[in-house]
Design a protein around this ligand. Structure first.
Ligand code: ATP
Length: 238
């Protein structure tokens, strides 16, 4: 199994607040890795450090065999490291299509972009029908689909999703996890931060549980799902 993303000894701090401590994690190419843990455990900081949004204090990030620890966000985007941040960050005053085009700003193949946008409208007819309307007309679930669509336009090799199911209705959560599976089948490696532990474990090939900036449990999702410590802490059953 080839490792696409290799995180070694990563530490992140905000002033005196330590968010990640000497964390190591390998993400296999073509896999779905779920990151679980309570609020403040460091999950978002890990995604941000991989995306290049925050600088680690120490450690390194290797992507596709190259050390990218010092690389900026645009270089990582160009490499295919794409983050869908928590809260979607859709530009509600822009149209749906303009939002998708934001994901294309590094691409120099307008025909390819047009084809990819058409494919997104095929996948999400609700977006296609309203392509020229302001994104504010979309429901929360549709905005999340738009955020994922925008990330797709950037042609990710590693797609990082931060709490994508937050605030969505059960029906949209089903759609979202089906979409995650479909994108993964298309060859995209996925790093998924979720509070929705049961669903995340069902979709993932590997899972890691963070606590206070460290990985405290990791491995096969089915085994973790049956682990009484995880059940007690995150699955709402003792
Ligand atoms: P959540 O689910 O709430 O997003 P998380 O597991 O993603 O939690 P992080 O957001 O990475 O955790 O936060 C890890 C730690 O770093 C927490 O103690 C948090 O308060 C702190 N932290 C995060 N961002 C900042 C910041 N910009 N400035 C100061 N402290 C921060």
């Amino acid at each position: 199994m080839r490792i696409l993303l290799d995180i070694a000894g990563l530490s992140v701090a905000y002033g005196h607040v330590t968010a990640l401590q000497d964390l190591s994690l390998a993400v296999p190419e073509g896999g779905i890795v779920a990151l679980l843990g309570a609020n403040g455990a460091g999950k978002t900081s890990l995604l941000k450090a991989v995306a290049g949004v925050v600088r680690p204090r120490s450690g390194r990030v290797v992507f596709d065999g190259r050390d990218i620890t010092a690389a900026g966000v645009p270089a990582r985007l160009a490499d295919g490291l794409v983050l869908v941040p928590e809260g979607r960050r859709i530009l509600v005053s822009l149209t749906i299509e303009e939002n998708l085009l934001v994901g294309a700003h590094l691409r120099r193949d307008p025909d390819g972009v047009r084809r990819d946008i058409a494919a997104i409208y095929e996948r999400f007819p609700n977006l296609g029908r309203r392509r020229h309307m302001a994104a504010s007309c979309l429901s929360g679930g549709e905005q999340q689909m738009l955020a994922v669509g925008r990330a797709m336009i950037a042609r990710p090799r590693l797609l990082m999703l931060d709490e994508p199911s937050l605030g969505l209705s059960p029906l949209f959560i089903e759609h979202l996890f089906a979409l995650i599976r479909a994108l993964n089948r298309d060859g995209i490696t996925i790093l998924l931060v979720e509070q929705n532990t049961a669903q995340a474990l069902a979709v993932a090939h590997t899972a890691a549980v963070l606590e206070l900036g460290r990985i405290v449990m990791a491995g096969d999702p089915a085994q973790l799902a049956g682990d009484p410590r995880l059940a007690e802490a995150y699955l709402g059953r003792a």
